[in-house]
Ligand binder design. Structure first.
Ligand code: SF4
Length: 256
């Protein structure tokens, strides 16, 4: 039986999901429920609301490794030219670990660079098996404080931090990605806490992803309440001071 997985999108010519030009495969299903999530259709692998909609974007579709690789392969010249490759994103890749491993091995066999964007939320004993496989981690980090993390995402951050340290220990490139969310992890005190937690975990590079309203329309379409409706983007000066806290602690920090 070929390994199959459930995805909700394959995005070509991605330029924000790792180096170069990439094909990003979005896995369906996420164990977190971030209140600001811009991909609410990704959250539940078999979401009743999403499955009630006819659109494949919301329902997801079951695919084989070969079906995904056939799409990924089409852009080989662009990967070679730009230093790009394939990115696995979500949702949460680690929820479909066997499928993710099969995809990584297939890409590796064709010398395609693989980045994995992950929340890191999976039991550490499972993560140890996966940890050395990707070339690059884009490792989400949402809050250093475990109670705040729970309030914002529905889960505690203990195993996320443990898995982050395990990813760093593999020697693979690890970039921490912080969604900068008004009222949740903003403010200079929190920036210091975030930066220090990443330094302690051995991370050296951080991408800041300022809050945006790209997901608002999806909530309307899904008929799901959206807590961040009307919340404004952060001012560039505020974001600049936020970033400086990371730079001051020796981290390479940029906006994405
Ligand atoms: S981890 Fe990402 S996909 Fe999952 S709920 Fe949070 S923002 Fe959405």
């Amino acid at each position: 039986m070929p390994a199959t997985g459930k995805i909700f999108n394959i995005q070509k010519f991605s330029i924000n999901d790792g180096p170069g030009i990439r094909t990003t495969v979005f896995f369906k299903g996420c164990p977190l429920s971030c209140r600001w999530c811009s991909n609410p259709e990704s959250q539940n692998r078999n979401a009743a609301i999403a499955d009630a909609m006819a659109d494949e974007t919301y329902c997801g579709r079951e695919v084989t490794v070969e079906e995904v690789m056939a799409e990924v392969r089409k852009d080989m010249p662009f990967y070679e030219e730009s230093g790009g490759g394939m990115t696995l994103s979500g949702g949460e890749v680690l929820q479909q670990m066997d499928f993710a491993i099969a995809l990584i091995e297939a890409a590796r066999a064709e010398n395609i660079h693989v980045a994995v964007e992950t929340t890191g939320y999976t039991p550490p004993e499972r993560f140890r098996r996966f940890a050395p496989l990707p070339d690059l981690y884009l490792f989400d980090f949402k809050h250093y404080d475990r109670e705040m993390h729970h309030q914002g995402t529905g889960v505690y951050n203990d195993i996320i931090l443990e898995n982050l340290r395990a990813a760093v220990a593999t020697g693979r490139e690890v970039i921490a990605r912080i969604p900068v969310i008004p009222g949740f992890n903003t403010g200079l005190l929190r920036a210091r806490g975030m930066a220090q937690a990443l330094v302690d975990a051995g991370v050296r590079t951080v991408h800041l992803l300022p809050f945006h309203q790209f997901g608002e329309k999806k909530y309307e379409e899904l008929g799901v309440p959206y807590e961040y409706k009307g919340v404004k983007q952060l001012h560039p000066e505020v974001l600049g001071r936020y970033r400086q806290e990371f730079v001051d602690r020796g981290l390479l920090c940029s906006f994405k």
